[in-house]
Design a protein around this ligand. Structure first.
Ligand SMILES: *Cc1c(COP(=O)(O)O)cnc(C)c1O
Length: 352
């Protein structure tokens, strides 16, 4: 605390990211990073960008990257927005589109940044309880609200809404924006990008951090009809007109264009998730039907806290999220490499 802090700084409750330990020989399964390296083509593109031209500002309209994303998604360039990680894209969406007179709705158990942004930007929000199965029931999001944001698949539950359910949300809320945060969509879901031409109130947010192995680069994107993208551009150009470095623009565009590598690595993660789920079930864990690059598990007899600390002593870090009483006996475990998943299973056999 400092007497120099503003009232705003004083009142904040900042988001606490998962630990990034300095030790290098740990098996890190706590922040849903991709265990595979980025596309070699992305690395080459970034290296080619690192030179004399860093003297110059990057392209403020980010057009090369927006073109690559428009091509991949079958959209026009004016339906694509990019920012410094999807966290920044979400920040702009909260301010430009979701700050309204009526409350913003999101699930009570979801990405921890939503309430943080709600507080920071002075947005009235309401956390809607997940149902008994920890799933989003779209019928709970009809009626009196000023906007909706839902992570699909949701985190940390891993559960996916179908496109038919997303359609219900859009049709039931024609006069407010519905933001679908698809950070994990590439691990088994169907993207709502397919609905963009039909619905003028849909904004889809994605990231290169998870399925394209570029969490360190900080590139996120949003897709929607151009009037929504223009709203985000107004925010961006009032905050930071150069949110992406030259390396980020080049690396992300190359990663998006390398479809073969993307498909190969995400498929490998899906297969590892299915394998790990079976192994964990055999060890007495129950889990949600995750369509992400993590599993959300609870053990029949041992507490989540005990398991997490025993794993830690064996050099494996998993995430124990204690914010909600309904899920505080669960662990969120990111899908690692084959060897990391195997090491986890071996350690759990000792621990349990
Ligand atoms: C990881 C994550 C993000 C943030 O991703 P960045 O692009 O790295 O900022 C946003 N939403 C959800 C649900 C996430 O899990």
């Amino acid at each position: 605390m400092s007497r120099f802090w503003s009232e705003l700084a004083h009142g904040l409750k900042p988001y606490v990211p998962g630990e990034q330990p300095k030790l290098t020989n740990l098996i890190k399964l706590n922040t849903n990073e991709n265990p595979f390296p980025p596309s070699p083509k992305a690395i080459a593109a970034m290296q080619a960008e690192t030179g004399d031209n860093l003297r110059l500002y990057p392209d403020p309209s980010c057009s090369s990257l927006r073109h690559a994303l428009a091509d991949y998604n079958g959209l026009s360039v004016d339906q694509v927005f990019v920012g410094n990680g999807s966290d920044e894209v979400l920040a702009h969406a909260f301010q430009a589109l979701l700050k309204q007179d009526k409350p913003l709705l999101f699930p009570d158990i979801t990405y921890g940044f939503y309430p943080v942004y709600g507080d920071l930007f002075g947005i009235d929000y309401r956390a809607v309880p997940l149902n008994e199965e920890l799933a989003v029931d779209v019928e709970d999001y009809m009626g009196n609200n000023g906007g909706i944001i839902i992570a699909n698949p949701n985190a940390p539950t891993g559960l996916l809404l179908s496109l038919a359910e997303i359609r219900r949300l859009l049709v039931g809320n024609p006069d407010r924006v519905v933001v679908i945060d698809e950070a994990y969509i590439d691990f088994g879901g169907e993207s709502a990008v397919a609905l963009i031409q039909e619905y003028d109130n849909l904004l889809v947010v994605q990231t290169t951090s998870k399925s394209r192995s570029l969490a360190g680069l900080r590139v996120g994107m949003a897709f929607g009809q151009s009037h929504l993208i223009d709203g985000l551009e107004r925010l961006k150009n009032s905050f930071n007109p150069y949110p992406l470095s030259r390396e980020a623009l080049a690396g992300a565009a190359a990663a998006v264009a390398d479809v073969a590598y993307f498909d190969q690595t995400r498929q490998a993660i899906i297969e590892l998730r299915e394998w790990l789920s079976k192994e964990l079930a055999a060890l007495g864990f129950t889990m949600t039907d995750s369509k992400t690059n993590f599993v959300f598990v609870e053990h029949a007899s041992q507490s989540a806290a005990d398991i997490a600390s025993a794993l830690r002593q064996r050099g494996i870090i998993v995430r124990h999220l204690t914010s909600s009483p309904r899920t505080q006996n669960r662990l969120r475990i990111s899908i690692g490499t084959q060897q990391e998943c195997q090491a986890l299973v071996t350690a759990l056999k000792e621990v349990l």
